[in-house]
Every structure is written in structure tokens, then in C-alpha cells.
Design a protein around this ligand. Structure first.
Ligand code: HEM
Length: 126
């Protein structure tokens, strides 16, 4: 473990596993988000988001080994992501971040990134 990385400083894979599992528990019950996911099983989507975030924050590069370059805006193009979808995504993520118990200053840094990323994923203004 390299505590200079955000990934290790917040607790490594276990922390990302909790965060993303909590997020997808919200997605499963969300009437805006759930219909966007093409698969009945949310497990593979959960794996992809967890591996992406682990890689982004300095952990193992498994996401790119499995999926190639992230190109997240392109990968989200098939889904309409307007203000309602963005807000629903951030609402679910807010719960996940808060309940995962990541300490400051990491929590704020993570949240600021997620807000920015959700904004940049929008491809509709209605
Ligand atoms: C994939 C929705 C924002 C990261 C997906 C999928 C949907 C979705 C429906 C396809 C499910 C699947 O992987 O099978 C949304 C919505 C967002 C949003 C409604 C609202 C703004 C974000 C943000 C990030 C992100 C902010 C990163 C910080 C990912 C990743 C994948 C994914 C890594 C899998 C890409 C792949 O390798 O295929 N998202 N997303 N998403 N999303 Fe999002």
C-alpha cells in the first residue's frame, strides 16, 4: 500500500467496494435510474464503476485492462442524462459517500470530483 495515493489513504479496495455497493443499492430502488440500466443484473455495472473509481484514484489499473480507455462520455451516450438523471445519480452517490464514512479531507475531494464528473456526463438539457 502506498499511502500517498488517495486510494490507499481511504482504505483501498474495501472502501471502494462499500461505496459502490451502497450506490447500487440506491440505484436498484430508484425509479429514474433503474430503468436506464440495460441489464437485469446490476452486478456487472457495479464491478465496472468500482474498478473505474479504484483506477482513477491511484489503485490497480484493472478497469483499463478489462475495458480499455474509459471514454466515459462516449460510453454514456446511449443513455439520456439530463438534469433529472444527474440529480438522481448524485442523490444516490451522496448517500453512499456519507455512509461509507470516508474522513475529511478525502470525502470533500471525492465529492467534488463526483459532482464535476456527473455534470460532465450530461448529454441532454431536459
Ligand atoms: C456505465 C448511468 C454518471 C461511471 C453506466 C451505465 C449507465 C450509467 C446506465 C451503463 C451500465 C453498465 O455499465 O452496464 C449514469 C448516469 C449518470 C452517470 C445516469 C449521471 C450523471 C457517471 C459518473 C461516472 C460514471 C459521474 C464516473 C465518475 C461509469 C462507468 C461505467 C458506467 C465506469 C461503465 C463503463 C464501461 O466500462 O462500460 N452509467 N452514469 N457514470 N458509468 Fe455511469
Amino acid at each position: 500500500a502506498d499511502p500517498r495515493t488517495f486510494y490507499d489513504a481511504v482504505g483501498g479496495e474495501e472502501t471502494f467496494r462499500k461505496l459502490v455497493a451502497r450506490f447500487y443499492a440506491e440505484v436498484a430502488d430508484d425509479e429514474v435510474l433503474r430503468p436506464l440500466y440495460p441489464e437485469e443484473d446490476l452486478g456487472p455495472a457495479e464491478d465496472r464503476l468500482r474498478l473505474f473509481l479504484m483506477q482513477y484514484w491511484g489503485g490497480p489499473q484493472t478497469y483499463s485492462e478489462q475495458r480499455g480507455h474509459p471514454r466515459l462520455r462516449m460510453r454514456h451516450a446511449p443513455y439520456k442524462i439530463g438534469p433529472i438523471e444527474r440529480d438522481a445519480w448524485l442523490r444516490a452517490m451522496r448517500i453512499a459517500v456519507d455512509e461509507t464514512g470516508i474522513p475529511e479531507p478525502y470525502r470533500t475531494k471525492l465529492w467534488d470530483y463526483l459532482e464535476m464528473a456527473a455534470q460532465s456526463m450530461m448529454n441532454s438539457w431536459v
